[in-house]
Every structure is written in structure tokens, then in C-alpha cells.
Design a protein around this ligand. Structure first.
Ligand SMILES: [Zn+2]
Length: 121
């Protein structure tokens, strides 16, 4: 499980760990259709990556809670002072982490449901 999630975090194919999920950093939202090394199809069905939005929402929400409580109660910033920076985090983090959310979603699917991920398929 750790190996597969590590591959996900490194934006690699969860099955072989060799193929890249994304061709380059310039084309941020473009994903390879299949693994270059083992030919695993990444988008397994229409709407497959919808679940990755929950991952992205989850870690963005947790980060906002930690930042808000740390900066408001720990450092004494007012809600007015925090509104713009936290709104920027709320908008920016899902965009920056979009690739990783999809990759982790694919890796979690590989961990919890091996159907279609076996080497001989
Ligand atoms: Zn692969």
C-alpha cells in the first residue's frame, strides 16, 4: 500500500511505478491516456476522476482549518485580515494539487480494488 501511494504521490503509474501520469509541467491539466511502460489505462471509465475532487476538497479543507486556527488563535490575526489570504488558499491549493489528487485517487483505487490493475490484464 505504501509503495503504491508513494507512486501516486510521485505522479507515477500505480501498477508499474515507471510511467508518468502527466507529460510535462507545462500542460498542467493534460494526462496521459495510458501508461507508457505497462499500458495501464488511467481513466478507467467516464467520470472516473470525479472522486479525486473529494481528495482535493479534503486536504484543502484540513489545511484551511489548520491555518485558520493557527493564525487566528495562535498568532492573533483578525478574521478580516485572514479573509483574503485564506480565500487565496481555498482557490489556489485545489489548482496546485489537482494532479496529485487524481494520482492519489488512482493509487487508492489500485490499493482497494485490484480489478483491472493485475499485470496480466
Ligand atoms: Zn504502468
Amino acid at each position: 500500500m505504501g509503495t503504491i501511494l508513494g507512486r501516486g504521490w510521485r505522479l507515477r503509474c500505480p501498477r508499474c511505478g515507471e510511467g508518468r501520469l502527466y507529460p510535462s509541467a507545462r500542460r498542467w491539466f493534460v494526462m496521459h491516456e495510458r501508461c507508457e511502460a505497462c499500458n495501464l489505462k488511467y481513466e478507467r471509465d467516464r467520470g472516473y476522476f470525479l472522486g479525486s475532487t473529494y481528495i482535493n476538497y479534503g486536504w484543502t479543507g484540513m489545511l484551511l482549518v489548520v491555518l485558520y486556527f493557527g493564525l487566528h488563535f495562535g498568532c492573533g490575526f483578525t478574521n478580516t485580515q485572514l479573509s483574503f489570504p485564506l480565500a487565496a488558499v481555498f482557490i489556489g491549493v485545489p489548482i496546485v494539487m489537482w494532479r496529485h489528487a487524481r494520482s492519489i485517487w488512482l493509487a487508492m483505487d489500485c490499493v482497494f480494488d485490484r480489478t483491472g490493475f493485475a499485470e496480466d490484464e
